[in-house]
Structures are given as C-alpha cells and as structure tokens.
Design a protein around this ligand. Structure first.
Ligand code: ATP
Ligand code: MG
Length: 118
C-alpha cells in the first residue's frame, strides 16, 4: 500500500549538503503498522514527509496503492494527500477556535458541503 524504493533526500544548506535519508526502501501493506525509530536528526520526520510528498525525494520513488506519486502534478498531489491522514508533532490548532471549527476550516477550503461537514 505504501512503497518506497531507493528514497534519498538531501538538503542544501549554507554549511553544505545534509543527507537526511540515504537509499531507503520499504513496503507497508494494508493493515500493517510500522514504527520509525531513530536518534534525533536521524531523518524520521523527513522520511515520513516523503510518504505524502510534503518533501519530494531527491532520488527514488514513492508509491501509494501502486500509484507512483513521486512526480504527480501539484493539483493531483492535493487529491492524493487528502486521502492520507497525518498527525503532526505540532498540531497547529487555532487556540481561539472550537474543536468543530478546527476540523471544519480545512474542509470548508476544499468545498465540502455543510451537511457532510456537520
Ligand atoms: N528543511 C531542511 N533543511 C535543511 N536540513 C534539514 C531540513 N529538514 C531536516 N533537515 C536535516 O535533516 C536531518 C534529519 O532531520 P529530521 O527532522 O528528519 O530528523 P528526525 O529523525 O525527525 O529528528 P527528531 O527526532 O529530532 O524529530 C537533520 O540533520 C536535519 O537538521
Ligand atoms: Mg522528527
């Protein structure tokens, strides 16, 4: 269901190139649970961000349900991402809004109708 093949990700910084992920291949079948464990800075977040293309891999490919999503156009990528749940380390919730509104705001932006939203 999720397949990474030879995924690497490098960042160019003022201090040089940071190789955050180096040639990672893995496969997660439907219903399987995987944990990514490593020391701070090992590349865990970068790896997970590559799954939904919040980071695009420098090399390698990402497959979701057999679809190669590595280089899909931006508009199609939005559709793919909407079907992937992700819980961020920092939730970035609006503190002055209600729980309902925090959930509703992004759905309103994607034109989900009010009845479905409720
Ligand atoms: N946007 C970026 N630009 C430059 N370097 C980055 C960027 N994002 C991550 N890195 C670097 O890539 C490496 C991996 O970072 P990452 O955040 O993926 O690690 P992590 O395993 O999630 O760490 P932590 O346990 O602290 O959350 C680190 O050296 C980090 O400084
Ligand atoms: Mg992290």
């Amino acid at each position: 269901m999720i397949k990474l093949t030879n995924v690497s990700k490098s960042f160019e910084t003022k201090k040089g190139t940071v190789h955050a992920i180096d040639d990672v291949s893995l496969e997660v079948a439907k219903g399987e649970f995987f944990g990514v464990i490593g020391y701070s800075g090992a590349g865990k977040s970068t790896l997970i961000r590559c799954v939904n293309l919040l980071e695009s891999p420098t090399t390698g490919s990402v497959f979701i349900k057999d679809q190669d999503v590595t280089n899909v156009p931006a508009e199609e990528l939005l559709q793919v991402r909407r079907k992937i749940g992700m819980i961020f380390q920092g939730f970035n919730l609006l503190k002055t809004a209600t729980v309902y509104d925090n959930i509703a705001i992004p759905l309103k932006l994607t034109d989900v109708d009010k009845q479905e939203l409720d």
